[in-house]
Write a protein that binds this ligand. Structure first.
Ligand SMILES: [Zn+2]
Ligand SMILES: [Zn+2]
Length: 347
């Protein structure tokens, strides 16, 4: 029975074979993190079906990363590699493990500074605020990254791997390390790693980075290695205290396309849904779909963050979903100072 699998495996090239190994490891990591989240929750009671799960899983994790992979490798890195060839061949004679280690550390150093820059630049904050918009941070929350942020960061991450002559299998290995470490630092797990938190970054510090507390608006920028924060004076790790507020201090759209549009022009998503028939029809499709899922799986009703409103299945426009701020308040919050995290949270 295993023969077709082994025939298929050996018909693949080295990258394909490596991906056949990294993919099950990734899925296993998801299972392990989900079990740890249930057993040792950082915030008790955070459900699996939390607000924004659908957007993070479907739009950001599946659709966006699929298309961006084609764009980044096919239309940015391939032309660069064709142009420069093997001119910068630097690491090809190194063992694969050394290549992986080199790119993990150098990219993590870059990402620390770019992330810090994004928090300090009103313009680049617009490419990063989506990542901070979720109020229920868990294993999947880190996937929410603006399209521009991913294009910049992954081009800068993977282009040197190709241009410096690394073994191509470094790409899927590095992608696996990114994915697992990314899920880990966002996971709702009550990790107490002691002195290790000076070296290895984890939920202890990164969950604080997602808190809506003034003291962390400019702290805990590290991704994989926490020592960047400790070295460059941006570490924040209080003892015996956990965040009380999460996400952004201003209203942020819940829809994938609205989240990207919001980075260009500020608007109130719910007010727009009431004003624009086209936008309303688009939202209606989602409500009907979520209503269909919610009818079969009641816990899934919160998938989109808004309770599926009564009657949404029959009517477009649907009545205003409950539990959300009035449009006027949301507009005020969205237009006061949403260019970057504000000093005093609006809520
Ligand atoms: Zn950030
Ligand atoms: Zn994060």
């Amino acid at each position: 029975m295993l023969e077709p699998i082994s025939t298929f495996y050996y018909s693949l090239n080295a990258v394909g074979r490596t991906t056949m190994i990294t993919t099950p490891i990734l899925l296993l990591a998801v299972v392990v993190l989900l079990v740890l989240e249930r057993k040792f929750p950082y915030r008790k009671g955070l459900p699996f079906f939390r607000e924004g799960l659908f957007v993070d899983l479907f739009w950001y994790t599946l659709v966006q990363s699929y298309f961006l992979q084609i764009l980044i490798f096919g239309f940015i890195i391939a032309p660069l590699a064709a142009h420069f060839g093997t001119r910068f061949d630097l690491v090809s004679s190194w063992p694969v493990a050394a290549q992986v280690g080199f790119f993990v550390i150098t990219h993590d150093f870059y990402i620390y500074w770019f992330h810090r820059f994004q928090h300090n630049s009103a313009f680049f904050w617009r490419t990063h605020e989506a990542h901070h918009s979720g109020k229920h941070v868990d294993w999947l929350a880190g996937s929410r990254s603006h399209i521009v942020e991913i294009i910049i960061n992954q081009s800068i991450e993977f282009a040197p791997i190709i241009l410096l002559g690394a073994n191509p299998i470094v790409v899927p290995i590095k992608a696996l390390i990114d994915a697992v470490w990314g899920m880990y630092i966002h996971a709702n797990i009550d990790v107490k790693s002691g002195k290790l938190q000076y070296v290895i970054n984890g939920p202890e510090m990164h969950l604080w980075h997602h808190a809506d507390h003034e003291e962390v608006y400019y702290a805990n920028f590290s991704t994989k290695f926490a020592f960047w924060d400790w070295m460059f004076g941006t570490a924040f790790l209080p003892q015996d205290r956990k965040p009380e507020r999460w996400g952004l201090p201003y209203a942020f759209p819940k829809d994938y396309f609205a989240q990207h549009a919001f980075s260009v022009v500020r608007f109130d998503e719910k007010a727009l849904a009431e004003k624009s028939a086209v936008f309303r029809a688009y939202h209606g499709v989602r409500w009907r779909l979520l209503g269909w899922v919610g009818e079969r799986l009641p816990a899934a009703k919160v998938l989109q963050g808004w309770e599926v409103p009564q009657g949404a299945l029959e009517t477009v426009p649907a009545p205003r979903p409950g539990g959300n701020p009035e449009p006027a308040a949301a507009v005020a919050a969205a237009t006061t100072d949403s260019s970057r995290p504000v000093a005093s949270p609006v809520s």
